[in-house]
Design a protein around this ligand. Structure first.
Ligand SMILES: *Cc1c(COP(=O)(O)O)cnc(C)c1O
Ligand SMILES: [Zn+2]
Length: 558
């Protein structure tokens, strides 16, 4: 693949006060004003756009062909399943029925896991790989968790997937198949997000911040790049790129349209487009905080505490800043917010399937139901070039594939749903999640060995694995964490494994914790005697990378 010699430089910019900072895994907001959304800004002054356009023609039609404007430094870190480059299908029968001359369907069902979240997953997991993160927490109504789980599996990253109970079982099973730890939370999506954030914080595990993470918006903007290029081929004979008049999408958190809006803006700034598209943003009537605020002329949405829709994918009750951004977009470039109810969505699914041969998931049904309304109301005109994000398709998973342990449930037992859980509720839920998770402390001075043990365990089940690289900090960690198991090496500088074991056994707070010794050392008779009766298992290093090793460890935990 030929790449231009453009050297990428990018920083994050606060969307509020425009402060710029470097991209770092610990970034959670603007250091100046506290704004939670930061956008990637690339130094494109050295990118020769004409040259780049020529080069793009040679590259495969995949998402990473636009890597010059994606937040990754080293392309070797790309985690891919062949995502992006989805077809832009010209609608025939449906377009005719609607009286539209140029209706295009961006078929995101054709992503590796069946939704446009595959864009987000490839960028997010590649960035995490580049940052050396190997465990993450994500709250999702389905598609994000599924897609993250699939991409994470490819690089051995552990995924803790928090689902609200409203999410369909098929989606939870699909995430579980890829090895994600599935936690089903009886509560709303907003509550589930809050619990996931608490869990991540308590465990010190990386939290996917959804729309507030740089990767998500950057990923979604690739849809705009593809659409502009594909429409150029369709309508301009490939002579130039072209913007549609409308981009239509079913909206939950708003990540898709915000990313797409940023993409079109960048292309406009490159001089590749002569206009920005209007946006048709469709929500499910039972959970339409954006539509309701827009109709009242408000820039701030009032959260919906208890969504009344069975379409879980679109059940974000509190859109927060995302709505403000979309509101501003629509004020500047035109568009509308509309709602469609579940029945209208299901009817739209049948109409699309019978007219254009495309079967979609309910969230996408909402999108098409909204499109019908915008056309019927005369807001979308017959000559307008319209692109619809055909966002996803449900993949039913054979129930026999998974064992009974694939999902764990946590009940928030909230009688009357509240937007924010009371503190006691959250703490008790956190305890419930905690009790499902076995805690393990690994004391091992060899970083590679420690990492290996950690990875094997994380791949196997619900473990919270903490590592100490020396005896003294190991003892402190064991005292603090009160783990269900300690795995320790023997040979370590300063405080060695023998001392760790002695200290544990002489302290009533730690004496009962099972101990597994992993060592490369040939033990003398005296050393064996010293360990005898003190530890639960002795494993010689070198033989431990197999299933058997893990099985024997796991058996110690039962
Ligand atoms: C996530 C999702 C949406 C909503 O996406 P946002 O842009 O985050 O609002 C719509 N349809 C499907 C299939 C999705 O997975
Ligand atoms: Zn700021």
């Amino acid at each position: 693949m030929p790449y231009s010699d453009y050297r990428k430089q990018f920083q994050l910019e606060c969307i509020n006060c425009h402060t710029r900072i470097d991209f770092d895994k610990n970034t959670t907001g603007c250091p100046q004003c506290g704004e939670s959304i930061l956008e990637a800004r690339y130094d494109l002054s050295k990118l020769d756009v004409q040259h780049w356009l020529e080069e793009l023609k040679q590259r495969p039609s995949r998402l990473w062909r636009y890597h010059e404007v994606l937040p990754l430094h080293d392309l070797n870190n790309i985690v891919s399943l062949g995502e992006g480059g989805t077809p832009l299908i010209k609608s025939q029968a449906l377009a005719a029925n609607l009286g539209l001359k140029n209706l295009y369907i961006k078929d995101e069902r054709q992503g590796p896991t069946g939704s446009f979240k595959d864009r987000q997953a490839t960028v997010a997991l590649s960035v995490l790989k580049e940052m050396g993160i190997d465990e993450l927490v994500v709250a999702s109504t389905g598609n994000v968790a599924i897609s993250y789980a699939a991409y994470a599996a490819r690089i051995g990253v552990k995924v803790w997937a928090f689902f609200p109970s409203l999410a369909p079982g098929d989606k939870m099973r699909e995430a579980a198949i890829y090895g994600a730890e599935v936690l089903k939370i009886t509560g709303t999506y907003d509550q589930t997000k809050e619990l996931a954030a608490r869990f991540a914080k308590a465990k010190g595990v990386f939290l996917d911040r959804g729309i507030k993470s740089v990767a998500a918006i950057e990923a979604m903007k690739t849809m705009a790049y593809e659409i502009a290029e594909q429409l150029g081929n369709e309508l301009e004979g490939g002579q130039r790129w072209r913007s549609p008049d409308w981009f239509i999408q079913g909206v939950s958190g708003g990540m898709g349209p915000i990313g797409v809006g940023k993409g079109f803006r960048e292309l406009y700034n490159f001089g590749l487009l002569d206009k920005m598209p209007s946006m048709g943003l469709v929500q499910s009537s039972g959970c339409a905080p954006m539509v309701e605020a827009f109709q009242r002329g408000q820039r701030i949405a009032t959260p919906i505490d208890s969504p009344e829709t069975i379409i879980a994918t679109l059940a974000t009750g509190n859109p927060g800043r995302a709505y403000e951004m979309l509101y501003d977009y629509v004020q500047e470039h035109g568009g509308d917010f509309v709602a469609a109810n579940d029945e209208e969505a299901f009817s739209a699914i049948r109409i699309l399937a019978r007219n254009d041969g495309m079967s979609v998931e309910p969230a996408t049904g909402v999108t098409f139901a909204g499109l019908f309304k915008l056309v019927q109301r005369g807001i979308i005109k017959p000559d307008d070039v319209v692109v619809v994000n055909c966002s996803g398709h449900t993949l039913p998973v054979e129930t026999q594939i998974l064992d009974e342990q694939w999902q764990r449930s946590v009940d928030l037992s909230v009688k009357s749903p509240q937007p924010v859980l009371p503190e006691e509720g959250l703490l008790s839920a956190l305890e419930q999640v905690d009790s499902l998770v076995k805690r393990i402390v690994v004391v091992e001075d060899n970083q590679d060995a420690a990492r290996l043990i950690q990875r094997i365990l994380l791949a196997k089940g619900s473990y919270d694995v903490q590592v100490a690289h020396e005896g003294a900090s190991g003892i402190a960690l064991i005292r603090k964490m009160q783990p269900d198991l300690v795995i320790t090496d023997l040979m370590m500088p300063d405080v060695d494994g023998f001392s760790v074991i002695d200290t544990m056994k002489s302290d009533p707070m730690m004496a009962r914790i099972p101990i597994v010794v992993v060592t490369a050392k040939e033990l003398t008779a005296k050393e064996r005697a010293r360990l005898s009766g003190q530890i639960n298992m002795l494993l010689q290093k070198g033989s431990f990378i197999d299933e058997e090793f893990v099985e024997s460890l796991v058996s110690k935990l039962e």
